[in-house]
Design a protein around this ligand. Structure first.
Ligand code: FAD
Length: 447
């Protein structure tokens, strides 16, 4: 047995899962990717995380850090390397009732957080899916049903506890290691393992939630009116427009405008939502008052062989009409991929572009185009997808790291404007000069 492994056995209190173990198959896969790692380590304490990091650095194998395991790129598993699965670090504690300060373990999921905070009438702006991890979503952004009122998930983060590449435990906040704190808010998993996140939660009531559907033939007017309305709509209202839903008829599927109104006042909610109902011929409308915790959905685990390929971009105010025109044409043509367009703006755009490493603050919309199917179907659709992105290219900018199936240098350049990248590279040099944390949209340490 190598001395590195002996040290791990001595210092690590969690499960060490190797090929051949009963739970290996389940432990080696992430939600969207299959892998064959040499070790899956499940720490149960910060000391375990330190031991796992020291072991991985010692043996020099690739390292995946797994929060909720939902990365589209499959970052949270690998072949032949180590997976540090943070799932056992999922404590959720309200540490200051007056300030609504919540400390959350680095491997918690948003479903766990929402359920734990609901009895206290609190919530944190996050995403739309229970099984998604607090770690991955927050470290790259976090665009969910409260985003226009309370900003990205990372805008609500006030501190983090991080195990760095050399095994140090450091705290990052506005006052402690502020450059690291800046980098953690958008720079992904590049800088270390976050063992605990501290957020300021916000009070929540039940919310009005549901969708209004319009005929596919009205997609153009509905979408243009929708985007126009969101320039002046109350920030309590957040929305996703979904086109070409494969479960509702593909390219002939109705346009679905999903909305969440953050509040339980029926009059205010109707005032906010009615302009959407007037955008076209309503086919159905299922908006109703619901507990916030109930509007998050359970993520689907695709069966073996089914792939999800997704890519996204932002649209600024002046390019919105062109982007929506192109997306409408694509959505209503045969073999359309799935299209989801998220309204942003509001609280997100009131934060300066350089205040965090998430820089695309002025975008009005973020849209993702997703192909789903077995590999031959995905391969056959690839030229079509390329053609779509060529059409969109003159009108869009940037990319949101959390909805990307790839991690090329071009992707990294789209996520991080040059100045942001340089600043991140300097932080990387300080906290991870050997690039141990490389399975992510990788920032290389500055020379
Ligand atoms: P993982 O695969 O575990 O991690 C993703 C990345 O973060 C990896 O590089 C990992 O190493 C790193 N990481 C995770 N935890 C830590 C940690 N504690 N410390 C250091 N590094 C860490 N995004 C949105 O913004 N809004 C949504 O509504 C939304 N809905 C989604 C629904 C589904 C079904 C899916 C599949 C994705 C969705 N996403 C959404 C995208 C999601 O934010 C990303 O996939 C995100 O990376 C998932 O985080 P995770 O922790 O679950 O994934």
């Amino acid at each position: 047995m190598s001395s590195a492994f002996e040290n791990l056995r001595r210092d690590f209190g969690g499960d060490i899962i190797e090929p051949g173990a009963a739970e290996y198959e389940a432990a080696s896969r992430s939600v969207l990717a299959f892998g064959t790692p040499t070790y899956v380590l499940r720490p149960t304490s910060v000391a375990d995380v330190r031991a796992a990091v020291a072991f991985t650095a010692d043996i020099g194998l690739p390292l995946s850090v797994r929060g909720g395991g939902h990365a589209f790129q499959g970052f949270s598993t690998n072949d032949g390397g180590v997976v540090i699965d943070l799932g056992q670090l999922a404590d959720i504690l309200i540490v200051d009732k007056d300030r609504h300060l919540v400390r959350i373990g680095g491997g918690a999921t948003w479903g766990q957080v929402t359920a734990a905070l609901a009895p206290h009438g609190l919530a944190i702006s996050s995403g739309d899916t229970r099984s998604v991890g607090v770690g991955g979503l927050t470290l790259s952004g976090g665009i969910g049903w409260k985003v226009r009122k309370y900003g990205l998930a990372l805008d609500n983060l006030v501190a983090a506890e991080v195990v760095t590449a050399d095994g140090d435990v450091v705290r990052a906040s506005a006052d402690e290691n502020p450059e690291l704190f800046w980098a953690l808010r958008g720079g992904g998993g590049n800088f270390g393992i976050v063992t605990a996140f501290e957020f300021v939660a916000h009070p929540t009531t039940d919310v009005f939630f549901g969708k209004v559907r319009f005929p596919a033939a009205e997609a153009s007017t509905v979408l243009q009116g929708w985007a126009e309305y969101f320039r002046t709509a109350p920030e309590e209202l957040t929305s996703i427009a979904a086109l070409a839903n494969p479960f509702a008829g593909g390219h002939e599927a109705p346009v679905e405008i999903h909305v969440a109104f953050d509040g339980d006042d029926a009059v205010l909610a109707a005032q906010a939502i009615d302009p959407i109902r007037r955008l076209g011929t309503v086919i159905d409308d299922d908006i109703a008052l619901k507990p916030y915790a109930d509007i998050l959905v359970d993520g689907m685990i695709p069966p073996p062989g089914i792939k999800l390929v997704t890519r996204n971009a932002f649209a600024d105010k002046e390019s919105v009409p062109d982007v929506l025109r192109i997306l409408t044409e694509i959505a209503t043509s045969e073999r359309s991929p799935v299209i989801a367009i998220r309204s942003i703006g509001g609280a997100v755009s009131r934060v300066a572009d350089d205040a965090t490493a998430y820089a695309h603050r002025q975008a009005e919309l973020m849209f993702a185009i997703t192909a789903i199917g077995p590999e031959p179907v995905i391969a056959a659709g690839r030229p079509g997808l390329e053609a779509i992105w060529t059409r969109l290219a003159p009108h869009v900018n940037g990319a949101y790291a959390n909805f990307l199936s790839t991690a090329t240098d071009e992707d990294v350049a789209a996520i991080y404007p040059a100045e942001t990248y340089q600043r991140l590279a300097a932080v990387k040099r300080q906290y991870d000069p050997g690039n141990l944390f490389a399975l992510n949209h990788n920032v290389r340490p500055a020379a």
